[in-house]
Design a protein around this ligand. Structure first.
Ligand SMILES: Nc1ncnc2c1ncn2[C@@H]1O[C@H](COP(=O)(O)OP(=O)(O)OP(=O)(O)O)[C@@H](O)[C@H]1O
Ligand SMILES: O=C(O)c1ccc[n+]([C@@H]2O[C@H](COP(=O)([O-])O)[C@@H](O)[C@H]2O)c1
Length: 215
């Protein structure tokens, strides 16, 4: 079920507290266990009400070749979420519907559409390591707090990279992670979590080696 404007702007709790939503952007070409583990961990550690899997119409830094159609990637995420029976994970093609591809544009639109939702951007360590190349990354980190989860092979590059160094004084200790959704940006946290070396690249390569492009 795609995020619904009314649903997300109604306070989620009797105490008048507004929804806290993790935005988990990705190509999901295809979705895998590493994605589900990251989303579940973020739900729990950050005290989120939902995580929205924003299935990207096309990562501006990735080649179009080899990218499965949007509908197929979205269906894959929906099926995987269904199989783990986690109602608080939501797959959406909202970027395609809004016509946005850059994260800055997506966040600007979502913040306008859902003014009372507390959004947190979620990503693996490779995302933080690369974020200095994203369009208007300095504006992005001023729009929403973000949480980074570890990924084998990328953690030193993420934690010692340009973005992490520039934002060092806005980093929360992991023990304060539940405060992150309520923090005014810039604010970020690196969440300790079990790591999984799985990648979509690896899955595509093994499928190709088995002689079938896609399941
Ligand atoms: N194994 C993993 N551990 C932690 N984070 C991950 C993992 N795999 C993907 N992510 C995160 O999930 C988000 C979406 O990733 P994406 O869909 O590009 O998967 P991927 O496995 O990195 O794909 P590809 O190999 O095609 O680049 C990104 O924020 C990425 O950092
Ligand atoms: O806005 C950008 O410049 C930008 C550049 C690269 C990646 N992103 C976003 O980062 C998220 C992760 O992308 P991916 O392909 O690594 O899964 C996804 O939401 C992309 O739209 C965004």
């Amino acid at each position: 079920m795609p995020p619904d404007r009314e649903q997300a702007t109604i306070p989620a709790h009797g105490d008048g507290r507004y929804m806290r939503v993790g935005l988990f952007g990705g190509s999901f070409n295809p979705v895998h266990d590493g994605h589900i583990q990251l989303a579940r961990r973020a739900l729990r550690q950050l005290g989120l009400d939902q995580v929205w899997f924003l299935v990207s119409p096309g990562n501006p830094l990735k080649p179009v070749a080899g990218m499965a159609p949007m509908a197929e990637r979205l269906a894959g995420v929906r099926a995987r979420i269904h199989s783990v029976r986690q109602r608080r994970l939501v797959a959406t093609d909202i970027e395609a519907r809004l016509g946005t591809r850059y994260t800055f544009d997506t966040l600007r639109r979502l913040k306008r559409l859902f003014p009372h939702v507390r959004f947190v951007w979620l990503m693996g360590a490779d995302g933080l390591a690369q974020m200095g190349r994203w369009r208007r990354w300095q504006d992005i980190v001023s729009m929403v707090p973000f949480a980074v989860l570890p990924r084998p092979g990328y953690n030193p590059a993420a934690l010692h990279g340009r973005v992490a160094r520039r934002l060092a004084c806005w980093r929360l200790p992991a023990r304060a992670a539940r405060l992150l959704p309520m923090c005014a940006p810039p604010a970020w946290v690196f969440l300790p979590a079990p790591q999984n070396a799985i990648s979509a690249t690896q899955i595509r390569a093994s499928r190709a080696a088995c002689g079938h492009e896609r399941e």
